[in-house]
Each structure stands twice: as C-alpha cells, then as structure tokens.
Design a protein around this ligand. Structure first.
Ligand code: NDP
Length: 331
C-alpha cells in the first residue's frame, strides 16, 4: 500500500501551533465507510484560519485541515457509493475534527459525500468549493424570500473574496443589477468583468452607522458581518432581504430592530457546513446550471500541494482574489 502526503497541523503543550508535511498511509486515517483518492481541494477562509491558527477552527489535534475535496471512491461499504464514483465533500467538520482534504486520501462517512455533477470537472468543483456553494445557498435563500431582478440593485460585500466573486457571477448571470463592495478598488475591472454593474468602496459600510439609512438595496449577500452588515441592513428597501454567511470584518452585529420592524426586512442566516444533503444537491445542481464557467475560470488560480500553507497565509492577509484550486497531485 503506497503512502501519501498530508498537511498536518499540531500544537505543543503550550498550545503553540505548527504545520508540517508528513507521509501517511491508510492505517493513519480516521474511521469512515468510504475511502477517497483526493484529486483537488481549495483554500477557504476557514482553512486559512485553521492553518494560521488565527481562530480556533481545529477541534481535534493533530489535524489535517481542508474542508473541501473532490476525488474518486477507492473503497466503500456505504450503500450510496461504490469504487470509481466521482464525489464532492463540503464541510461536515472535515478539516476541523475529522482528517481533511490536504492529503492524498481521505476516509470519511459516506453520508457526507455527494456525487459530482456530470457537467462540472473536479477542478471546477473546487474552484467553486464551499465558498461558491455557500454563495449559491445565499442566492437560493434570497429567491425564496421573494427577491427578483426587477426589484432593484443587489449588494455583494467582500466582493473580491471566494463567496463574493461567485455571488457576483451568479447574480449577474441571473439578471440582477449587482453592486460590489470591496476594499480593493484597484480590482474594479476584474469585478465588472465578473458581472458587477457598480463597485463601491467598502469604507462606506465599515464604520458605525445610523439605525436606518436611505433605502438603496433590494437585497444583499454579506460575507463580512459586523458594522458592514449593520449598515447593509439599514439600507435595505422595504420588504427586502439579506443573506448573511460570514464574518470577515467581525462576528459582532451592532444593529437595531429598526430595519426589521419599520421596513419588514429579513435577515437570512446561511450555514453550509451541516446543511442537509437535499439542499446541497439542489445547490450544486443550480451551480451546474447557472454558473458561467468562463467567469469561474477567470476568478480561479491553481496551486500545487506544496503551496497550500503559503496560500492560506496570503488569504488571511487579504491578498487572494477569487478562488484557489489545489491540485493535490501537483508538487
Ligand atoms: P475570502 O478571504 O476569500 O474573502 C473575504 C473577503 O472579505 C476579502 O476578500 C475582502 O474582500 C473582505 N474582507 C476581508 N477583511 C475585511 C474587513 N476587515 N472588512 C471588510 N471586508 C473585509 O473568504 P470567503 O469569501 O471564502 O469567506 C468569506 C466569509 O464567509 C468568511 O468569514 C467565512 O468564514 C464565511 N463563510 C461562511 C460559510 C457558511 O457556511 N456560513 C461558508 C463559507 C464562508 P475585498 O478585498 O473585496 O474587500
């Protein structure tokens, strides 16, 4: 049985964290009923937190981080999967409390896997990853709340990030007038190419604001939280909705009840990690149908296994634009 490489995050008795590349074999993997040969992964915000130790994402030590992978089933005793199936994994605590994606192989619970959509390659699925699947969950939540393209502009915060870039691409393909809020105004051309009609300096939203502002946005997708989300809520048109999925600025929400009780707006919480299979499959089917693959390519870069740690650090420093595909079998 051949071994494989893995990124292993450990910590010592003083809780000082370290990261190394180790050689493992299947006997080192954690229990599960499906063994997968991993082809691709990606670097999500949560992977950045896990690798840098910036936030306590890892809940079992040591840990192989990586919350997303695509690959091919090698062995399965799960009724839903057999050897040769192409699969996707997003979340479920993988890379946090169960050995994750930054390794040549993973053994997981088959209930966590879904079949890879036929119209998307392994690399495309990881260009989407949890960030893109979450962006799709946000779009679906807004649609379910009655948001339509005819109701007015939709704001996307954290525009250059993974969630933001895919949200912009999806919303523009669906016919929305998209306004992108970013701290990187030099990326205006990139964001308009993805489908943003306007680009807004995020500083307009990031400081403490008024409980109610002008009614500007019909809806918003927010991956930033904190004062940004509070200001977005205060600017939503009567009856509009905000899908909130992230905390890039902070996990606080210094808001008031005013937008809710005077304008009847809705705040829709989005969690991708524990989402039921039915919703995951629906979101991936919508991604297959609605996402412009040329835009997906434009917002993605590919790295090899050896670049994972450095790229995770760059993501935390706000230096990564769009999505990163990790080719697990490339050096
Ligand atoms: P990225 O790091 O790719 O993007 C985050 C973006 O947020 C940055 O590119 C930047 O955009 C913006 N940003 C960063 N810091 C600040 C700040 N201090 N103030 C305002 N804006 C800031 O992360 P992802 O897109 O992958 O994830 C975004 C968030 O969503 C994270 O908090 C993540 O944990 C969360 N998330 C939640 C999920 C869920 O299931 N609920 C699933 C996936 C992600 P710009 O440079 O354009 O300003």
């Amino acid at each position: 049985m051949a071994g494989f490489k893995a990124v292993m995050v450990s910590r010592d008795e003083n809780k000082k964290q370290s990261v190394e590349i180790v050689e493992l074999d299947r006997s080192d993997l954690m229990p599960g009923n499906v063994l997968v040969k991993i082809d691709h992964s990606t670097i999500n915000y949560k992977d950045g937190l896990a690798i840098t130790g910036k936030s306590p994402v890892i809940r079992r030590w040591p840990m192989i981080p990586g919350i997303d992978f695509t690959g091919t089933v090698i062995e399965s005793s799960h009724a839903g999967f057999q050897s040769g199936d192409d699969v996707i994994l997003n979340g479920w605590g993988v890379g946090e409390k169960h050995y994750g994606a930054f390794a040549g192989e993973a053994r997981v619970n088959g209930d966590w896997l879904i079949k890879r959509p036929k119209g998307l390659s392994s690399a495309q699925c990881m260009a989407i990853g949890t960030a893109g699947y979450t962006a799709m969950l946000c779009v679906i939540a807004l649609e379910n709340a009655g948001v339509t393209p005819g109701r007015g502009p939709v704001l996307v915060t954290g525009a250059n990030g993974g969630v933001g870039t895919i949200a912009i691409s999806l919303l523009s393909s669906l016919g929305y007038h998209v306004v992108a809020s970013t701290g990187r105004l030099e990326e205006k051309g990139f964001l308009t190419d993805l489908g943003a009609s306007e680009v807004l300096d995020r500083n307009h939203l990031s400081e403490p604001g008024r409980p109610l502002g002008n009614e500007v946005w019909s809806a918003a997708i927010d991956s930033v939280g904190s004062h940004t989300l509070a200001n977005v809520l205060s600017q939503i048109q009567y009856g509009g909705a905000v899908a909130a999925c992230g905390l890039a600025q902070g996990y606080d929400l210094p808001s008031t009840v005013m937008p809710f009780i005077l304008r009847g707006i809705s705040l829709l919480g989005i969690d991708s990690v524990m989402k039921h299979r039915h919703f995951r499959e629906a979101a991936w089917a919508r991604l297959e149908a609605d996402l412009d693959l040329k835009k997906l390519e434009a917002l993605s870069t590919t790295i090899g296994f050896g670049d994972i740690v450095e790229t995770a650090e760059a993501l935390m420093a706000g230096k990564i634009r769009g999505r990163v595909i990790v080719d697990i079998n490339a050096a």
